[in-house]
Design a protein around this ligand. Structure first.
Ligand code: C2E
Ligand code: MG
Ligand code: MG
Length: 613
């Protein structure tokens, strides 16, 4: 590495001509740039679009060392070009600078998100730009050199292709898929990542030896790649983004497939089945005895974006964790990523059928987790959390079945039931003398989008004789993003009724502060992810403090979720948080235990996680 660095520094001293491509913008821009940059080191070439940059780069006398994209005259187009360039195989190592209008920091943010390396802001200043370009050239050279050295050490070809199969290796795969992912988000498509895992490959390798097993890998690589494109082409529905499909090799006997558009839910199942059928028929692989062929099956793990993750590293980690999960799936099958990974694709079908029965059989239960006033240490309310007492699987937490319920349309029914039960329960607490108690329930976006949502709430309150201010509805940020107009109207209806609203899991979703003040919410619930960092992680403390301060400025009450120890509680108290809930005080408990907690009063009564487990 040091040798590489020395070499770069040495070459820095020689004045080399640097070719800069300028994409989009007015034709006069190149002249203007040349004019204001008094140094002759940079040679500007004007291109009308990013698309030509890739082709041009091979014929240009000097390959571009920097690309400037003008997003000041046409922002959308500029952003699209940044994405295009970031994903271009040949321009992978060329930094992209986006040029934006004065003070257009939004454009800067979007461009960086889209893959730009740096930005320049109008009005153009000669010296500033020259320095910016110079720094970028140096950084890039240095980075490229380091990368070459690192690649050489792992035996990977410098172009990022796997030597055996010719498919992109992990690094290149990730970069290309990331690009496809960005495009998919931009076009609001659901993308998928598949990990194809060969079964028993190690055993086959020991039996057949290196050469024959390498043949199998090569053959499998080809089979998977062909299968994906064939499936794509023969499906009559128009899929978008064929060019963005990426098939790569990942580890010894694993392959990754990035699919930029999953069409309907069923299509991705069909694709997985199609690949599995092909891979499990290695007839064409010469030199493989037929009894061994029977062993050559595969498994597929699937994760969807943006549902399961928004960047490629997260998605790869998802499928990897599935593949190496202790509860291994059967040979020749595929399954989808779920957060708990308890729901395999097969069990899921069973769950669907059972869930609707469970509702009617009374197997659903509600546990309540106390919310505590930080200042007084006394219980101020409780969150209702649904549970499913499954006859064989035991007590299931929502993660295991809420998603299924949403898919099969049972979520509204479950949600209505939770709403009614929780209101009745809270009214009972009031009658028992705890009239300060408030009950919070979680509302799925599906539920919220129904027309008669405010009516259902009114009905539940009336039936239970519960004052509206004792009911808190917890919604998540995703809800707000989906249908702003409708959401705002419903929120306002509820608000007028006197019901309180809380924004759940704050900080984990889109976290755009800009809409917060326009929502009629009363409470913000800081997600457990931030609380976990307290008080030892300086960054975590800073973020939590900022959230609390902002919420205060907007006049919102703040609840911290997932408080597990005294240190976290102290820190939150110092930061001015109002309420907390978490295992430190109590896990979610059945209503009967909740009564005991209420009876005992405050902090002394807390049930620690240990004593309940
Ligand atoms: P949530 O609303 O953020 O609920 C808090 C979750 O954090 C609960 O998980 C709770 O058991 C857990 N928790 C509380 N304190 C601690 C702690 O100190 N440490 C840790 N590690 N975890 C803690 P649970 O009950 O599994 O619920 C998960 C999610 O399921 C809830 O997240 C909520 O979004 C959803 N959910 C629960 N009940 C319903 C429901 O009736 N309807 C709908 N639509 N969603 C529900
Ligand atoms: Mg909640
Ligand atoms: Mg939460």
């Amino acid at each position: 590495l040091l040798a590489g660095a020395a070499q770069i520094l040495e070459s820095e001293n020689k004045i080399t001509l640097v070719s800069v491509f300028v994409c989009g913008g007015q034709v006069g821009l190149v002249g203007k740039l040349g004019e204001i940059l008094s140094v002759d080191r940079f040679q500007f070439v004007h291109l009308d679009s990013a698309a030509t940059a890739s082709a041009k780069h091979r014929e240009a006398p000097y390959a571009p060392r920097i690309i400037i994209v003008d997003a000041s005259s046409d922002k959308q187009r500029g952003l699209a070009e940044c994405i295009e360039l970031a994903g271009d195989l040949y321009l992978q190592d060329v930094p992209v600078i986006v040029m934006v209008d004065e003070d257009d920091f939004d454009a800067v943010e979007q461009a960086l998100e889209a893959g730009a390396t740096d930005f320049i802001m109008k009005p153009l200043s000669g010296r500033g730009i020259a320095q910016r370009l110079e720094v970028l050239v140096r950084h890039t050279e240095f980075r490229n050199q380091l990368r070459q050295t690192a690649l050489a050490a792992t035996g990977q070809a410098a172009d990022g292709l796997d030597v055996l199969t010719g498919l992109p290796a992990a690094g290149l795969f990730a970069r290309r898929a990331e690009f496809g992912l960005k495009k998919a988000f931009l076009q609001k498509r659901v993308a998928a990542l598949l990990l194809v895992n060969l079964d028993h490959f190690r055993r086959v390798k020991t039996i057949l030896g290196i050469d024959a097993s390498n043949d199998i890998l090569q053959q499998t690589a080809k089979t998977i790649e062909t299968a994906v494109f064939e499936f794509w082409d023969q499906t009559s529905r128009p899929f978008a983004g064929r060019d963005d499909i990426v098939v790569g090799r990942y580890g010894m006997d694993e392959f990754l497939v990035f699919v930029p558009d999953t069409g309907r839910a069923q299509d991705i199942d069909d694709l997985a089945t199609f690949i599995l059928a092909r891979v499990s028929k290695p007839e064409d692989t010469p030199g493989v005895p037929s009894d061994i062929k029977a062993y050559l099956t595969a498994r597929i793990s699937i994760t969807l974006a943006p549902k399961d993750g928004r960047d490629i590293d997260v998605l790869i980690r998802n499928v990897e964790s599935m593949a190496h999960h202790e509860d291994r799936q059967g040979r020749g099958s595929f399954r989808f990523y779920t957060k708990s990974m308890k729901t395999t694709a097969i069990r899921r079908f069973a769950l669907e059928a059972e869930l609707s029965q469970a509702m009617h059989r009374g197997d659903l239960k509600i546990h309540y987790q106390p919310e505590v006033d930080i200042r007084t240490g006394k219980i101020s309310g409780a969150e209702a959390l649904v549970r499913w007492q499954h006859p064989e699987l035991g007590l299931l937490v929502p993660e295991a079945f809420i998603a299924v319920a949403e898919d099969v349309g049972l979520i509204s029914e479950i949600g209505d039931w939770v709403l009614q039960q929780a209101c009745l329960q809270c009214a009972e607490w009031h009658r028992a003398g705890y009239d300060f108690m408030r009950v919070a329930i979680n509302i799925s976006p599906y539920q919220f989008s129904r027309l008669n949502m405010p009516d259902l709430v009114r009905r539940a309150l009336l039936d239970a004789q519960l004052p509206p201010q004792s009911l808190i509805l917890e919604v998540t940020e995703s809800l707000v993003i989906e249908d702003v107009e409708k959401t705002l109207t419903t929120m306002l209806d509820l608000k007028n009724m006197g019901v309180k609203l809380a924004l759940d899991d704050f900080g984990t979703g889109y976290s755009s502060l800009s809409y917060l003040h326009s929502l009629s919410i009363d409470y913000l619930k800081i997600d457990r992810a931030f609380v976990k960092e307290l008080p030892f992680h300086a960054g975590g403390v800073a973020v939590t403090e900022a959230i609390i301060r902002m919420a205060k400025a907007l006049g919102l009450g703040i609840t911290a979720e997932g408080v597990e120890n005294q240190e976290q509680l102290n820190c939150l108290r110092e930061l001015g948080c109002d309420y907390y809930q978490g295992y430190y005080f109590s896990q979610p408990v059945p209503a009967s235990q909740m009564a005991t907690l209420l009876h005992a009063g405050g902090i002394e009564s807390r049930v620690t996680g240990k004593s309940l487990k």
